[in-house]
Ligand binder design. Structure first.
Ligand code: HEC
Length: 178
């Protein structure tokens, strides 16, 4: 008798009960789940309710833009987080184009003088916004794909990180790995 009551008690444990074939899993329903299918872009003409308005139409026009976001610890921190999420996959954790796919996609070293000295902050922002040749866009949806994942301000945080902390981080990482 004791044995039977143990079995009954075990069957009443929620984890076990959920495994019964007749308990329908509420998770499986027709709605689109996160990460499923193509992400829907924001509807055209939708207006952001916060952020910095810009009027540039292509990367060429961004060359002489001035950075409206002051360099600060907070900005660099946010830029670093966004860089790790969006850029490191191709440009490497330290910007030195040393990720497993860097060479395959032809990503460049962002700590090089070309990016650090020759490219203006506006151009860097423009590259993130409109993409480059192979590189995808993070501020506009184009025929080649791209997304508007990063807000105007977030893109400037990434620029601040690239120009003011990326090289330092790369140097620190190189020293730490020795
Ligand atoms: C899918 C891979 C990929 C991702 C992700 C990516 N890039 Fe790139 N990026 C490239 C490649 C490849 C190039 C060189 C070829 C080109 O210009 O498209 C490049 C070039 C650049 C350049 C140089 C542009 C120029 O004028 O020469 C900058 C700056 C840059 N990337 C910054 C970033 C930043 C910042 C991010 C994150 C927001 C990012 N990239 C994300 C692949 C990528």
């Amino acid at each position: 008798m004791k044995k039977i009551s143990v079995v009954i008690a075990a069957l009443m444990v929620p984890g076990v009960v959920m495994a019964w074939p007749w308990s329908t899993d509420m998770m499986n329903q027709p709605s689109i789940k996160p990460q499923e299918g193509v992400m829907t872009p924001f509807p055209s003409r939708s207006v952001p309710v916060s952020g910095i308005p810009t009027t540039v139409a292509n990367r060429e026009e961004t060359r002489s833009m001035t950075n409206p976001v002051t360099v600060s610890e907070a900005s660099i921190k946010q830029g670093r987080n966004l860089y790790i999420i969006y850029c490191s996959v191709c440009h490497g954790r330290t910007g030195k184009a040393d990720s497993p796919v860097s060479a395959k996609v032809g990503a460049i070293d962002l700590t090089d003088a070309y990016v650090q000295n020759d490219l203006s902050e506006g151009w860097l922002w423009g590259t993130i916004t409109f993409g480059s040749y192979v590189m995808p866009a993070y501020g506009v949806v184009t025929e080649q794909g791209g997304s508007n994942d990063l807000s105007v301000e977030e893109r400037w945080h990434v620029v601040n990180y690239m120009k003011h902390a990326l090289v330092k981080d790369a140097t620190a990482a190189a020293v730490a790995s020795k």
